[in-house]
Design a protein around this ligand. Sequence first.
Ligand SMILES: *Cc1c(COP(=O)(O)O)cnc(C)c1O
Length: 383
Amino acid sequence: MTAYEEHARPLLTIDLPAVADNTRLFVSRTAGEVMAVVKADGFGHGAVDVARSALASGAASLGVATIQEATALRAAGLPGPLLSWLNPVDAPFEDALRDDVELAVPSAAHLRAVIAAAGRTGLRATVHLHADVGMARDGAPHGTWAGLCKQARAAEECGDIAVRGVMGHLGWADDPSDPFNTAGRQAFVAAVATARRFGLRPSVRHLAATAATLTNPGSHFELCRIGAGLVGIDPSGSTRLRPAMTLTAPVVALRDVPAGTHVGYGHAYVTSRRTRLALLPVGYADGIPRSSSGRGCVLLHGRRCRVVGLVSMDQVVVEVGRLSVSPGEVATVFGPGDGGEPTAADWAGWSGTIEHEIVTGIGPRVARRVVGAHHQARQAVSA
Ligand SMILES: *Cc1c(COP(=O)(O)O)cnc(C)c1O
């Protein structure tokens, strides 16, 4: 990366040693195995890099939403068990089987499609039956579960599929005191019992994601699916993890303005005194939420400075007051927070959302730099 790329335009820095540390923490918290969930481009951090880092640090397998995400990981050379759980019934299941991608099955229609793909390819599909344990989102609704188990067992006997797992997902695990967690776990245990009654012998039961893994040991079973936690987000707020993303932007212009100056679109901010304004070339197209207008801050020249006026598509204006900022100085929009900079959690609070939406929302024009990839490659070689 040239000096221009590093200092003269917005830059997203991904800290893979932080991903490695977070992975090791989850591996230490469960007797079961850790599946590294790298959907949505590794929560915006780069799916391939996060996957490699997690596998080198003790994760046993990978998980993604779609088959397209899974086959992209295989194309990049990622080995090992890899599960895809969210696909339409006409998804490219044959591609999944050829790439040794395991498939979650939430309905009889999906099961038929997977069986057909197995027939066409001559490959046996490795399947995880997906039970809805109370979210009414993906997963088989309770009333369809027994029928799905029965049909899956029949397909196993024909040799088309092997049911390796049963999965569920908790919708309230960020609040460990929510009674729906207990009810969801009971529904999951009952779903596994039903599967066994129909003759299925799933070897991996998995229910917990990041928050449940950290707060609810009874939810671990044989495998925990960890996504947010790998990149430093703990929805339960119980555990200190290392955020793995830092967004910086250089000051491209400065101006001194008198009191009464209208800044940006729509009279949203009028200066109340003589002050200095700094322009940063990042806007809502780059992931700065427009809904944070009037609240966001960046770290510039060692100080927290407020973003004033409305966030534009390509730029924001920061009020620096009397700080002697120079053009080219780099502002930290967010980072781990160790140096006084705002965090993704701060931006989530300023814009009424969650950290996940901040880190997955960084736009494609922001340059990216990955720190620690070499270290990780050496570790993998010597392991
Ligand atoms: C995204 C997702 C996960 C990972 O959840 P985190 O809270 O980010 O760890 C696990 N399971 C399913 C089904 C998911 O969609």
